[in-house]
Design a protein around this ligand. Structure first.
Ligand code: BG6
Length: 294
């Protein structure tokens, strides 16, 4: 199907009503809706669906470099390349409850090899479960023929939709060490309770548990992230000043989004030729039992 500006997208639908949309441009998930048709991801009203600009919102893929931690463009180039659809993907395990998925593949072009001199196959599987769970599985394989290993960092830069950031808290990261992107990536230890939001935040939490929860008190809904192969978690909200400075982001939209990004940053991933890395993120929602002040 055609999406915005004629860009190709794939729509996944489950019989109970949930759905997801993936653009071939960036292998970018731009929509994830629950059984009631409610949108769960944030996409900016100012998002520019025009290459080479990455799409502001949804789930950008950061590869082969997270942020500016290297010589490549920030967050790498996977999010602004055209991926191809695998029309004959390997099947899911026979016992899997998931029936709806799509596989997108990225291989380097000659131009890409000039920027990052490695050959690889990146297969992203986006799968929608019967209960509306959204699973992203990245498999990256070193296909270098020169015997050379390569090293990368990675993130699923997920933008969650929340009605009011001041009513949100994140659980699972308290007491962990983090690098603060707002303070020269200095290392700190998180103090106290669950994380809440009242100003700009840009932190890389290290060695995080496989499960992180985002509690949305306003919607009485909790997003549950389950991850595998992705030890770190970035938490980002630009707040008012940075929001104003971003051309593809509305001035007040910081109130309605939160990025919690399952990532592999601190310990770089190194693959020898023939080796494959797998990074998996499962997103689901549950009704929230959290009550403010209790
Ligand atoms: C976050 C980074 O992951 O992405 C922030 O930690 C950055 O530092 C943000 O500002 C947005 O990046 P971009 O390139 O999509 O504007």
């Amino acid at each position: 199907t055609k999406g915005i500006n004629g860009l190709e997208k794939v729509v996944l639908r489950e019989p109970r009503g949930s759905s997801a949309e993936v653009y071939l441009y960036g292998a970018h998930v731009t929509s994830w809706k629950n059984d009631h048709g409610e949108e769960l991801l944030f996409v900016s009203s100012k998002a520019i669906f025009k290459p080479p600009k990455p799409i502001r919102g949804g789930i950008p893929i950061c590869f082969p470099q997270f942020s500016n931690l290297g010589t490549l463009e920030p967050h790498g180039f996977a999010r602004n390349r055209f991926w191809t659809l695998d029309s004959d993907p390997p099947p899911l395990p026979a016992n899997s409850s998931i029936k709806t998925f799509v596989d997108l593949i990225l291989r380097p072009s000659e131009e890409d090899i000039k920027i990052w001199p490695h050959s690889y196959e990146f297969r992203l599987r986006v799968a929608l479960g019967p209960g509306g769970e959204l699973t992203l599985t990245s498999r990256i394989r070193n296909t270098n023929s020169d015997g050379k290993p390569f090293t990368f960092t990675f993130a699923y830069h997920t933008y969650f939709s929340v009605p009011d950031i001041s009513e949100v808290r994140v659980e699972g990261l308290e007491t962990l060490d983090y690098l603060d992107n707002l303070q020269n990536r200095e290392r700190f230890t998180e103090q106290g309770d669950a994380i809440t939001f009242e100003s700009e935040v840009d932190k890389i939490y290290l060695s995080t548990p496989t499960k992180i929860a985002i509690l949305d008190h306003e919607k009485k809904r909790t997003f549950v992230l389950r991850k595998d192969g992705l030890p770190d978690a970035v938490v980002w909200n630009p707040w008012d000043k940075k929001a104003k400075a971003m051309a593809d982001f509305g001035d007040d939209e910081y109130k309605h989004m939160l990025c919690v990004e399952a990532a592999a940053i601190e310990k770089h991933i190194t693959l020898k030729p023939g080796e494959e890395w797998r990074g998996r993120l499962e997103l689901s929602t549950v009704p929230s039992s959290y009550c403010s002040g209790q």
